[in-house]
Design a protein around this ligand. Sequence first.
Ligand SMILES: C[S@@+](CC[C@H](N)C(=O)[O-])C[C@H]1O[C@@H](n2cnc3c(N)ncnc32)[C@H](O)[C@@H]1O
Length: 316
Amino acid sequence: MTVPQPFQYQGSKRALAPLILQYLPVSTTRLVEPFCGSAALSIATAARCRAKEFWLNDLNAPLAKLLSLIVNSPKELGKFYHELWRADHVDALEHYYQVRESFNRTQDAQLLLYLLARCVKGAVRYNGEGLFNQSPDKRRLGTQPDTMQANLNAISALLRGKTIVTSLSYENVLANVREDDVVYMDPPYQGVCGERDSRYLAGIAFDDFVAQLAALNLKNVRYLVSYDGRLGNRSYGKPLPAKLHLTLVEIEAGRSSQATLLGRDEMTVESLYLSRGLAEELEVVPTMRRHRRDEQMQLMEKPVPYGKAKISKRVP
Ligand SMILES: C[S@@+](CC[C@H](N)C(=O)[O-])C[C@H]1O[C@@H](n2cnc3c(N)ncnc32)[C@H](O)[C@@H]1O
């Protein structure tokens, strides 16, 4: 299945979405993404008709506005992109810097689409003054307007009429989730949080995040968290504590190109934590038995709270 992508985005879960989706209930009333970024998981979920409604949220206000335009005004946005992209061909680099300057002045979300399509690695970077300062990718011209328009139309067709988009800090989203929601959280990596790294708008304090998850447990809200992981045998980031009663699933995300360059053959493994309610539900819902045989058997094992023992699940 080809799932449309609105723009490249560093940290996007697009490639892992089919694996993460295996841990969503078969049918979800509303999927909530408090740290949605490029909304890769919601788009993949909508493409498979696995949720009826979506709540996309990201603290980055122009990014959230851009997602709202993609969902609700794909034609106008595509036309705007087309014109910007065409204007790029006289002096592409100079054009990029002009658009970037204009975006920093106006915070116009339409300009952000062009910047994301043209910047290095889709990495949103801001300087200390909050100005977008990522450089243009000198080797690529960005997504062709026709391809962009087709992607925008396809995403809008999947999400329009069933999606709300907000730009709140994640705590405000979690305070308003309903008991029948399923929440997928993909916060910035611990390793890139904090004052010294401007890759994200705000660092998430570990203890605050744990307290927010404990509050979700009290409300019986089902949730999944992508949270750091390991490279080869080295873990990065602190694991989430046993007191949250989570089930840990490890997902092989691929070989690390950095390690390969250094002559090491190491696999990047991402952690996916499932809330207790969700892990128990996956055990008892027989319709989840639809994957490869070895996966089905593991899905049907009794979930073990993280900290006592660990389900270490290899997904091909
Ligand atoms: C790892 S990215 C999410 C990537 C996303 N899963 C995807 O597939 O594109 C984390 C996102 O969290 C957002 N963010 C950072 N701090 C936040 C906060 N306090 N509340 C809500 N969103 C936040 C960032 O702007 C960033 O887009």
